[in-house]
Design a protein around this ligand. Structure first.
Ligand SMILES: Nc1ncnc2c1ncn2[C@@H]1O[C@H](COP(=O)(O)OP(=O)(O)OP(=O)(O)O)[C@@H](O)[C@H]1O
Ligand SMILES: [Mg+2]
Length: 492
């Protein structure tokens, strides 16, 4: 009887303390809502939590700003920060406002020592604390100065009995929703590599070889003149890629895809890349190969790219001597075998050979095998026939897309876009002329652009026809160099 009374008494005190904790939680939330919580309140909050822990132990999970000693910003930290800023920021009295990159908006987050409650599930309240630890002692220098900044962290408190729910359901949800907030707030960027002297630092401690601007190119597939079926095929290919995480994993392939865009100047290769980036919602990394000092630097550039990006090397034939250079050097090496010369050894006298073909191949193969996924690599060239076959073989450049002179389908698209017409008496003449002469979509678009307020569809079309006729006269044979209409495209 006595024992039963003791247990009952213990239970009773447990229930009372739990009730105090719950009551305090409610009071605290209301104080916050009324903006009456104070420094003292925060301390009481902690004491109540300690008191409650006597009967119902709580646990905590700490999410730090940096991953271990790798000096890399923790993704989980960013996700929690984004989640809290979106879901709970209204309940926080003191917030830190940071300038969002490249916009006028501010990103709000909790200042140190701020706490906020969140509902993990019905009847399950958890508490987030924002805080920081003093920096480790260092001996100056840039890294030292950066390291002197406090290391921030978020700590999540929850009761022992909610452990499974918090770890298995709530935290994954927080990360997922945080990621969604980050995607929503994310502005796409166009990165470019700059010379090493100007290497910049990103907001973490990571040294960056890239500088960036906000990517705001207006070109989309809706405004890209192309034979409709070809355009559809490319868009479906991109869809398959974007949604192909599982299928790539199933067949054991890295989640990467290579595109080679080739064709004469002004046929829309760069426009196509912008349309792809807008369609996929990816960043663009535009590599200027001639600014890369060595194969090692090329590798560093690659390592600092992120997923959901298009890595672009424009005019690949001009950036590197890839026009059978490997073969020439192989011959030279055979002749000069005594020196043990390597076929792809860079020629120090030739500044264009700072990055070699083999360096570039390693770069692409690295892309294919190393780090995370979801990267497209796009090469453009005006002279596909000059490229080393090794560079464009299947597995490196998976899809070859020919961007060609303007065909009738592309013209109709442009006429609709620029003049808002689907047919006109001059269309047959334009069709006949386009089958005879080569004119790029860029030139057709320029001719269709009204030059004065007096211009209309009729005058613009006449201007185009007369331009095409002039070209036909300049080209006595009239043939189109065996070029078929529109844009051809094939998988290699
Ligand atoms: N198919 C197209 N549809 C719509 N606009 C086009 C098309 N092709 C070219 N243009 C327009 O013409 C201009 C030049 O095109 P772009 O820079 O994409 O050519 P390019 O193929 O990259 O040329 P280069 O080989 O010289 O780099 C751009 O303003 C682009 O918007
Ligand atoms: Mg271009």
């Amino acid at each position: 009887m006595m024992e039963a009374a003791a247990v009952w008494g213990g239970l009773n005190s447990g229930v009372v303390l739990s009730l105090i904790a719950v009551l305090w939680t409610v009071v605290w939330q209301n104080l916050q809502r009324l903006q009456l919580h104070t420094y003292v309140g925060r301390h009481m909050n902690r004491h109540v939590r300690r008191l409650a822990a006597l009967v119902d132990p709580y646990h905590s999970v700490t999410i730090t700003e940096y991953d271990g000693g790798r000096m890399k910003r923790s993704e989980a930290f960013e996700e929690v920060k984004a989640y809290l800023s979106a879901s709970c920021a209204r309940d926080v009295r003191n917030v830190r406002a940071e300038a969002a990159k490249d916009t006028d908006k501010l990103v709000l987050s909790m200042v140190d020592s701020e706490e906020v409650f969140d509902v993990a599930a019905e009847g399950v309240t958890v508490c987030w604390l924002a805080d920081s630890t003093p920096p480790p002692r260092t001996d100056g220098g840039y890294w030292g100065r950066r390291a002197q900044e406090n290391r921030r962290f978020y700590r999540l408190f929850f009761l022992d009995r909610h452990r499974d729910l918090v770890i298995n359901t709530y935290l994954p949800r927080v990360r997922k929703q945080g990621r969604a907030v980050m995607v929503k707030n994310r502005q796409r960027k166009l990165f470019t590599n700059i010379s090493n002297e100007n290497w910049s630092y990103d907001e973490g401690l990571t040294r960056s070889a890239w500088s960036h601007v906000v990517f705001e190119h207006p070109k989309t597939f809706d405004t890209l003149a192309m034979e409709p079926s070809k355009k559809k095929e490319i868009m479906e290919d991109l869809n398959m890629f974007k949604n192909g995480k599982e299928s790539y994993a199933r067949v054991g392939k890295a989640w990467k895809r290579g595109y080679l865009l080739y064709g004469p100047p002004g046929t829309g290769k760069s426009a196509m890349i912008a349309a792809m980036a807008n369609y996929l919602d990816y960043d663009i990394y535009d590599i200027e190969l001639t600014s890369v000092n060595s194969n090692t630097d090329l590798r560093k550039l690659f390592i600092q790219t992120t997923s959901k990006s298009i890595i672009v090397i424009e005019d690949i034939d001009c950036s590197l001597d890839l026009t059978g250079a490997r073969k020439k050097k192989e011959v030279a090496a055979d002749e000069d075998n005594k020196d043990g010369a390597r076929p792809d050894k860079p020629d120090k006298k030739d500044p264009s050979s700072k990055v070699t073909l083999s360096g570039l191949l390693n770069f692409i193969d690295g892309l294919w095998s190393a780090c995370g996924g979801e990267r497209l690599i796009v090469f453009t060239t005006n002279h596909v026939e000059k490229l080393d076959p090794a560079l464009i073989r299947r597995g490196r450049m998976d899809k070859h897309i020919e961007m060609s002179y303007c065909g009738f389908e592309a013209f109709k698209f442009l006429a609709n876009m620029y003049l808002q017409i689907d047919s006109h008496e001059l269309f047959p003449a334009v069709q006949a002329l386009l089958s005879q002469v080569e004119m790029t979509p860029a030139d057709v678009a320029e001719n269709l652009t009204p030059k004065s307020t007096d211009d209309n569809a009729d005058s613009s079309l006449r201007a185009l026809v007369s331009e095409l006729e002039k070209k036909a006269e300049d080209k006595p044979n009239g043939a189109k160099n065996g070029q078929e209409e529109g844009e051809a495209e094939h998988d290699s």
